[in-house]
Design a protein around this ligand. Structure first.
Ligand code: KIV
Ligand code: ZN
Length: 519
């Protein structure tokens, strides 16, 4: 059998980052890009270089570090976007520019205010200019799902002649049924032949993105654009883990197709994305949701114990999920810890390992058994930590009596000095936020608060995620905190958000779409 390779184009760092609340800082993006490389994706869309200096910086740093995947930047069909994209990926061993323009009547008339002829010219000019930066150029017909097929064939012919090597057909608004997307790809494949690779990019507005991607593969697509955990604009993109596991699990019907994905890295990558973005997959999310391999009913549990395949079509361990692996305890040494980090896919510098080890020891004193997920949470907190302008030194809380007044005292280090103060509030959390605001001279507005237990047990690590707005007209900023003590995790998360805000003010924090580009 002649197996066809399906290229996996991961856009978690670009379309995924366009999920509301999913913005990532540069360190987080680099860590994720390195994990995507380990996962075996073929192309990493690292961002949209022209969107902001932060995006440009993140893409260039990823381009300099990733060796085994193509690094790509998105660019509108505009010279300034293409120039920024070309310069951002310049250092990559394998590089690509991905340029796009809308081709649907509704987008051309109302958004672009251009005629179809003008759109073709712009596309050709964009591809021609992109070719001056690199050989590998992808062109996308934005809103292809609602575009006229005859017009798409015309524009695709024109961009192939200009040098485009991959042609992407996005169902930008997730409107098409899988059978319809399959028919579009079949017809385009007949017209394009082997002059370029056909790619698909399905959004999940009707919950059909994975099904559509599979149908497109069956009809000639050889690249699938997708994201970890299905993150992305609105309802998200096709989930990478679903597309890959559908192909693997149904080898009987998809035996002709395979990807380069190392499926053991699927779960670790999913965990990394959720701890960086603070967005947990829904519990019943296929493959990586908390319940994806959990059997609640007695009948199912009994069946699985007797023979796994009675109720399971995949093994949890295949995707790198080993729920019961107790990894380390308080007697574990630095060497075992370092070894574990490597196995979990973290590539840290020596001083980062030392810092993480100190934190691990503190955790091991507070928690009897430490699981893989605890270590992942601990390290993600370490790597996502942004330049610490404010550092929490101590937190003291008054006893909470019914009807009593809550009191919180903190010592915070800032600019080489330590400041101690206390505040009262309507409840402990209110007191904690108030005293931090007072010491740091800010007035944060808490927009969202989430707490969950990283693993099971009464001594579980609490992971707190806050979203705080420090200025009225600015979006809320996310902060993470981790501790076996929920209030301590809360204080850390709030200070984490404040530190991100300070870095952003210094122009260090990156976030996508700062140009307001309508993508
Ligand atoms: O959904 C879409 O059309 C996109 C393009 C920029 C590829 O994300
Ligand atoms: Zn998209």
């Amino acid at each position: 059998m002649n197996t066809q390779n399906i290229k996996i184009f991961d856009t978690t760092l670009r379309d995924g980052e366009q999920s509301p609340g999913a913005s990532m800082n540069t360190e987080e993006k680099i860590q994720l890009a390195l994990q995507l490389e380990k996962l075996g994706v073929d192309i990493i869309e690292a961002g949209f270089a022209a969107a902001s200096p932060g995006d440009f910086d993140a893409i260039s740093r990823i381009a300099a570090q990733v060796k085994n995947a193509t690094v790509c930047s998105l660019a509108r069909a505009l010279d300034r976007d293409i120039k920024a994209a070309g310069e951002a990926v310049a250092q990559a061993k394998m590089k690509r520019i991905h340029t796009f323009i809308a081709t649907s009547p509704i987008h051309m008339e109302y958004k672009l205010k251009m005629t179809p002829e003008q759109v073709i010219k712009k596309a050709v000019d964009a591809v021609t200019y992109a070719k001056t930066f690199c050989d590998d150029v992808e062109f996308s017909c934005e809103d292809a799902g609602r575009s006229d097929i005859v017009f798409m064939k015309e524009i695709l012919d024109a961009v192939i002649n200009a040098g485009a090597t991959t042609l992407n057909i996005p169902d930008t608004v997730g409107y098409r049924m899988p059978s319809e997307m399959g028919a579009i790809i079949k017809s385009l494949h007949e017209s394009v032949g082997d002059r370029a690779i056909l790619s698909v990019h399905n959004h999940n507005d009707l919950g059909l993105a994975t099904a559509s991607s599979i149908e497109c593969i069956l009809n000639g697509a050889r690249q699938v654009e997708c994201t970890i955990n299905g993150l992305g604009e609105r309802a998200g993109n096709a989930a990478l883990e679903e597309v890959v596991m559908a192909l693997r699990t149904r080898h009987d019907i998809f035996g002709d197709y395979d990807t380069n994905i190392n499926i053991k890295e699927l779960y670790p990558t999913s965990r990394l994305v959720s701890s960086i973005t603070g967005i947990e997959p829904q519990p019943n999310k296929a493959i990586v949701g908390k319940n994806a391999f959990a059997h609640e009913s007695g009948i199912h549990q009994d069946g699985v114990l007797k023979h796994m395949e009675t109720y399971e079509i995949m093994k949890a361990t295949d995707i790198g999920l080993d729920k019961n692996s107790i990894v380390l305890g308080k007697h574990s040494g630095r060497h075992a810890f370092k070894d574990k980090l490597e196995k979990l896919g973290f590539s840290l510098k020596d001083e980062e390992i030392n810092e993480a080890f100190d934190r691990f020891k503190i955790l091991a004193d507070a928690k009897k058994e430490i699981f893989d997920d605890d270590i992942r949470a601990l390290i993600s907190a370490e790597i996502t930590k942004i330049n610490e302008v404010f550092k929490l030194v101590t937190l003291q809380l008054s006893d909470c009596n019914p009807g009593g007044v809550a009191n919180a005292a903190v010592t915070i280090a800032y600019d080489g000095k330590e400041v101690t103060d206390a505040a009262i509030g309507n409840g402990t959390m209110d007191a904690v936020f108030k005293v931090i605001d007072r010491v740091c001279n800010v007035n944060g507005e808490l927009r969202d608060y989430q707490v969950d237990a990283v693993t099971e047990g009464k001594d579980a690590l609490a992971r707190v995620i806050v979203k705080v707005a420090f200025e009225d007209d600015k979006p809320a900023i996310m902060g993470h905190g981790l501790s076996v003590d929920t209030m301590l995790a809360t204080a850390k998360a709030y200070i984490g958000a404040l530190n991100s805000y300070m870095s952003m003010k210094d122009g260090l924090r990156s976030s996508s779409n700062k140009t307001g580009a309508n993508i």
